[in-house]
Design a protein. Structure first.
Length: 384
């Protein structure tokens, strides 16, 4: 199952590992939580994934509405496919909806990227992570802290597998396929140093005063370092509503950038300013100095490794940290254990040992395959 931008990079290595191992018949379900090309289809193409077997076509709406729609539409698909297992990745609404509906149908859930905790339950992603972990039968963790979090919440340890980071599997996959020089040229990046910014967390972009202060801090950093700022659609909407002209501040606003170009930009950056989960991880592995514009992170291992720093939302603190990092020589950062590009293989090794359930053997194929005719029928019924 995938549905939002970060899900594609987490699903692609799993899909490839299942195909390589044989004996799996993965059915790719796209919920449609992110629906425009730049946030969805471009990633499927760049990661060389096939078109989804089923597209639920949910589209925009409130979190509750999206949850309800995904649950309803996914139930029809699961009843038709009867899979042995639902694999969900990350912490978005689609992850929670797919996990909940699977559990109601007695289909076991495997959660990839389990156990991460920011300890900030005001974050929708934190609530999603906790709920999904609670109902999952197989929990695949990217780092040791995640396993400790699950143990502290009473999740039985025999359900938990420390396998490493599938997002970093995709990073390893894409690195040999991209060209730093070609991306620099395409994006109009000059020969000098530059920084990359991403912001999309509601706590940073939904309140105009907070967003205005953050952009003020970025403008100060941009005086010394040109900043490239691919805008998440949510952030673009807010900036347009506030009538902010980023060009006047030496901040280069871009539409969402495709995955290989984005990784190339990060790899060459002298500084990364972000509130993204995945970007903290990618910057850590690429050795790009990273400032996280949040008060907490569910990825503390990126801080332990030395490359990432939590700087909150106070403009003075952000600007001071940026100056300090730019003045310091670039240090070699450590890489968390098992962030080696092979996490998906380890997950598939575990999944291969799970006996098929009666749910799937009662269905159309031993591994829950979906033929095109039944897929069309499911979607027609869903639309009605
Ligand atoms: N990303 C991208 N282009 C962009 C911004 C992000 O390809 O313009 C990629 C990047 O690899 C990142 C991932 O999308 O790790 C997920 O980003 P996002 O910040 O949307 O989600 P989060 O990781 O915070 O859930």
């Amino acid at each position: 199952m995938f549905g939002a931008r970060p899900n594609f990079m987490k699903t692609a290595p799993l899909y490839r590992a299942m195909r390589a191992a044989g004996g799996f018949d993965p059915v790719l379900v796209h919920t449609g939580q992110h629906f425009d090309r730049a946030m969805s289809d471009d990633f499927i193409t760049a990661l060389e994934l096939p078109a989804p077997d089923v597209h639920l076509g949910v589209g925009p709406g409130s979190q509750a509405w999206q949850l309800a729609e995904i649950i309803k539409r996914m139930e029809a698909v699961l009843l038709e496919v009867r899979p042995d297992l639902t694999v969900v990745v990350g912490d978005v609404s689609s992850t929670l909806a797919a996990a909940l509906v699977s559990v109601t149908l007695d289909i076991p859930v495997a959660h990839v990227e389990a156990g991460l905790r920011s300890r900030d339950e005001a974050m929708p992603e934190e609530r999603n992570r906790m709920l999904v972990d609670r109902v999952s039968s197989y929990l695949f963790t990217p780092s040791a802290d995640a396993g400790e979090n699950l143990a502290a919440e009473g999740i039985p340890t025999d359900r938990v597998f420390h396998v490493g980071n599938v997002m970093i599997d995709s990073l390893h996959w894409v690195l040999p396929r991209l060209s730093l020089a070609a991306t620099r040229k395409k994006m109009g990046v000059g020969a000098g140093r530059y920084g990359v910014v991403t912001l999309h967390r509601p706590t940073n972009v939904d309140d105009p005063a907070t967003l205005g202060r953050l952009i003020g801090a970025l403008a100060e950093v941009a005086v010394r370092l040109p900043l490239f700022f691919p805008l998440h659609p949510r952030t673009r909407r807010r900036i347009d509503e506030m009538d902010i002209d980023l060009r006047r501040m030496a901040i280069r606003a871009l539409p969402p950038v495709g995955y290989p170009d984005f990784i190339a930009l990060l790899a060459g950056a002298s500084l990364v300013l972000t509130d993204s989960g995945g970007v903290q991880e990618e910057a850590t592995v690429l050795g790009a100095p990273c400032l996280t514009l949040r008060d907490n992170t569910e990825r503390p291992v990126t801080i332990l490794c030395g490359g990432n720093e939590l700087v909150g939302r106070d403009p003075e603190r952000i600007v001071a940290a940026a100056r300090r990092r730019l003045a310091a020589p670039r240090i070699a950062t450590a890489r968390p254990p098992l962030w080696d590009g092979r996490a998906a293989e380890r997950i598939v090794d575990v999944l291969a040992d799970i006996p098929p359930t009666t749910a799937s053997t009662a269905g159309s194929s031993a591994h829950g395959g979906l033929d095109r005719t039944s897929e069309t029928r499911v979607l027609e019924e869903t639309v009605r």
